[in-house]
Ligand binder design. Structure first.
Ligand code: NAD
Ligand code: IPM
Ligand code: MN
Length: 359
């Protein structure tokens, strides 16, 4: 029997709505698999907590989370609390403190109806973005001088360490080698004359150890174009923190929208718990209406199962997402349906149960 402990941070807005469905799914798996059990502890951290306590998480929050096998997070951020505070003190803090330096974001078209790109098929849109997740443009280094004065100056420094750059690029090469796929680095050396020139050098240097891996290197502006015009160019992509953030929203747009985009924040050395979350935010425009699409959050559970080396469940969840995408009646409005968040979650579990019986 494998007992896995999962810390739940539902967070803000639609976060709790979609995490509820993820927990429903995990409980269904537990029921079907006699070798697996999950224990959950929920943490009420987020913007409401901030308004009440003046902080986004408990003072010993990081200590508390350390004990878990994984963290399952909904979304963080809500009007009323400045975004840079809510995100830096909770989501980004966890990514940094736990050195979750790999962000794995699949860009895979699961149903051809869902892409706005004319003539693109499932075969054309099927790649993996590996985003640096611990430093770069998100280092939080900088200054704000002469605030409010005419000579006001702000500095936001990108920090690209040898260690941080090498390890993410190496991780991506390993993945490309393992999957026998090409590797594309996305950077911006023509304008960012320190950080991205360094990035490109490291990409080439590390590449010498992987002569078997076919490589490409694009500037981020052209890469944004290719994401839309020629997504079939990409198999495995490695890029910096900010570029990865932006590019994966384009990735979401070409595969069905934010309601379907997932990302795993991973510490490959497993020194700390990894964190699984949908790519989307708290969506204040639809929160409280019960219409948030839970499929991104369910896909996160698939990534979590892969991480737990329960790939059979990871694959089964992904297959079940493909199945439910065939049933327009059982989808939320963003995907053209009329179902509520919990109706999608219920139907999903039904489909998963029937798929699991085929094993
Ligand atoms: P968002 O992802 O919350 O929403 C963007 C658009 O996508 C909105 O129109 C929203 O309705 C739609 N959308 C998102 N998820 C959906 C879902 N599951 N089903 C259906 N539609 C969905 O991005 P935003 O509006 O820029 O940000 C809102 C807040 O969330 C901000 O505070 C932001 O900082 C925060 N944010 C948090 C995370 C995170 O916690 N991982 C990620 C992105 C943004
Ligand atoms: C994401 C989000 C976060 C990021 C924000 C909320 C800090 O947009 O996970 O894509 O930029 O990493
Ligand atoms: Mn983002």
């Amino acid at each position: 029997m494998k007992n896995l402990s999962i810390a739940l941070i539902p967070g803000d807005g639609i976060g709790p709505e979609v995490v509820t469905e993820g927990v429903k799914l995990l409980k269904a798996i537990e029921k079907m698999d006699p070798k697996l059990s999950f224990s959950f502890e929920e943490f009420p951290w987020g913007c409401e907590y901030y308004l009440e306590h003046g902080k986004m998480m408990d003072d010993d929050g990081i200590e508390k989370l350390k004990a878990f096998d994984a963290i399952y997070l909904g979304a963080v951020g809500y009007p009323g609390v400045p975004d840079h505070i809510s995100l830096w003190d909770l989501l980004l803090r966890i990514r940094k403190e736990f050195d979750l330096y790999v962000n794995i974001r699949p860009i895979t078209l699961l149903n051809e109806r869902l892409t706005p790109l004319k003539d693109k098929t499932k075969k054309d849109i099927d790649f993996l973005v590996i985003r640096e997740n611990s430093e770069g443009e998100y280092a939080g280094a900088g200054d704000w001088l002469y605030k409010g004065k005419p000579e006001e100056v702000v500095l936001q420094t990108g920090v690209f360490s040898r260690k941080g750059t090498e390890r993410i690029i190496r991780y991506a090469y390993e993945e490309a080698r393992k999957q026998k796929k090409s590797l594309t680095s996305i950077s911006k050396g023509n304008a960012l004359n320190y950080s991205m020139v360094f990035w490109d050098e490291v990409f080439e240097e590390v590449g010498k150890e992987y002569p078997d891996v076919e490589t490409y290197s694009y500037l981020v502006d052209a890469a944004s174009l290719y994401f839309v015009s020629n997504p079939e160019r990409f198999e495995i992509v490695v890029t910096s923190n900010l570029f990865g953030d932006i590019l994966t929203d384009i990735g979401a747009a070409i595969t069905g929208g934010m309601g379907l985009a997932t990302g795993a924040n991973v510490n490959p050395e497993r020194k700390f718990p990894s964190m699984f979350e949908p790519v989307h935010g708290s969506a204040p425009d639809i929160s409280g209406k019960g219409i948030a699409n839970p499929l991104a959050a369910l896909w996160s559970v698939s990534q979590m199962m892969d991480f737990f080396q329960e790939e059979k469940w990871g694959q089964l969840i992904l297959d079940t997402i493909k199945d439910i995408l065939e049933e327009t009646d059982n989808l939320t409005p963003d995907l053209g349906g009329k179902a509520t968040t919990s109706e999608v979650g219920d139907r999903f579990v039904e489909l998963l149960e029937s798929n699991a019986q085929k094993f």
